[in-house]
Design a protein around this ligand. Structure first.
Ligand code: CA
Length: 175
């Protein structure tokens, strides 16, 4: 009986240990659309409003208003697990104030029980952010004769996680 109890205990210990660690060979999970409300809450917790308010370029652009009062609404919210650690990560792109103003965006990851900023771009005129294996952003590139609605080219940005760090590449393409 004692032996049996001991072996059950050992089994429970193994099961608990397996559950506590990330799945073996866990793979990065693609970025996909998710809750704007929860992503904004994560951004607030990670200190995104402070980062916006401290940025000199954004402060100059919106003076005397605080940038965090300009960037209150979420244009795109994406979730994924870019580093494959089993914890959901989030990315947020804020609504631009006007067509030509900056569209700041951030990548957030869990660190213990806290959200932290792990990547940011504040000064691109980012129109949209989409998911997949990598995060992709679109910035309009206007030629002299382009109407406001219709840039003739776009700059596509790709944020890729190498397993150790992010790489950022852009390429310009016709629309
Ligand atoms: Ca993760």
């Amino acid at each position: 009986m004692v032996m049996r109890a001991a072996s059950v205990l050992a089994m429970v210990t193994v099961v608990v240990a397996l559950a506590a660690r990330p799945a073996q060979g866990a793979r990065p999970r693609s970025w996909h659309k998710c809750s704007k409300r929860l992503t904004k809450a994560a951004a607030d917790e990670a200190g995104v409003p402070d980062v916006l308010n401290r940025d000199a370029t954004l402060r100059r652009a919106f003076k005397p208003q605080k940038p965090s009062t300009i960037y209150r609404y979420v244009n795109d919210a994406l979730c994924g697990d870019f580093d494959g650690d089993g914890d959901r990560d989030r990315a947020i792109l804020f609504d631009r104030y006007t067509g030509g103003s900056y569209g700041p965006w951030f990548v957030l990851r869990r660190s213990g029980s806290k959200w932290r900023i792990t990547y940011k771009r504040l000064h691109d005129i980012t129109f949209s952010m989409t998911g997949g294996q990598d995060l992709k952003t679109v910035v309009p590139v206007y030629s002299r004769n382009d109407a406001n609605c219709c840039p003739s080219r776009i700059r596509i940005g790709t944020l890729h996680w190498t397993g150790r760090s992010f790489t950022w590449r852009t390429r310009v393409t016709a629309t």
